[in-house]
Design a protein around this ligand. Structure first.
Ligand code: MN
Length: 232
């Protein structure tokens, strides 16, 4: 048995609906600029291709969790997204074979320091502080593909304190799920345990301490998280 100099980090995982098994998370990939209406609301060029970034896996928050209002922002935004989880992977996966690597789907939030993102865009800075901070990746329970089928459409909705703020359909994704898996696998070797946030529709906005966020995609287990006032 390996002796470690310090306590090894805990394995991060997601719950699986209808199963006692947990889904271990290896990497969290994210796709940005993947709905036209969101590109327009961000005043970006609608011909811009989607972008790829990552969050650390220990940024995960599970259903029912609390998200501390983070330091280094005064404009903390939600982005409700369909999340896809992989049971296998590889390099250069063809689009037509992508769905055979899917374990299942969940709802997630790509929490964003929007004010920092504006500075990063202006000065050409990296996005880690914008997107990849602690507690920035709430993800709900996974629904297995065997239980819901291949998802190419479905209503996606986010409510803040019961009021609808995002309301769209995942059929409006610019890069569809198969295309996302194919394109990611051209740049990274995808592996079991990888999850991918597919991008947010329009309607992003700021949250305050005490807000309750409800995320839904048709057919998937919903997720609720709360913005807390405790120190990040
Ligand atoms: Mn996003």
């Amino acid at each position: 048995m390996t002796a470690y100099a310090v306590e090894p980090p805990e394995l991060e995982y997601l719950d699986v609906t209808g199963s006692d098994e947990k889904f271990p998370v290896r990497r969290i990939y994210c796709i940005g600029k993947n709905y036209l209406a969101h590109i327009v609301e961000m005043n970006a060029d609608e011909r811009d291709p989607p972008v790829i970034f990552m969050k650390p896996r220990d940024a995960l928050v599970r259903n029912g969790g609390e998200i501390p209002y983070p330091v280094f922002t005064k404009d903390f935004h939600y982005e409700c997204e369909l999340v896809v989880a992989l049971k296998s992977g590889g390099y250069n996966i063809p689009e037509r074979e992508a769905s055979r690597h899917v374990f299942g789907y969940a709802v997630g939030l790509d929490m964003t320091r929007r004010d920092h993102q504006a500075r990063a865009l202006e000065y050409g800075l990296p996005w880690e502080v914008t997107k990849a901070f602690d507690h920035s990746a709430p993800v709900g329970p996974l629904t297995k593909i065997e239980d819901i089928g291949i998802m190419n459409s479905g209503h996606v909705k986010l409510m803040v304190n019961g009021e609808t703020r995002q309301d769209a359909d995942i059929s409006l994704l610019i890069w569809k799920i198969d295309e996302i898996i194919a394109k990611l696998s051209q740049q990274y070797e995808l592996k079991p345990g990888d999850i991918i946030m597919s991008g947010t529709p329009a309607g992003v906005g700021a949250v305050e301490k005490g807000d309750v966020l409800d995320c839904q995609v048709d057919g998937l287990s919903p997720m609720q998280v709360r913005i807390s006032g405790r120190a990040a």
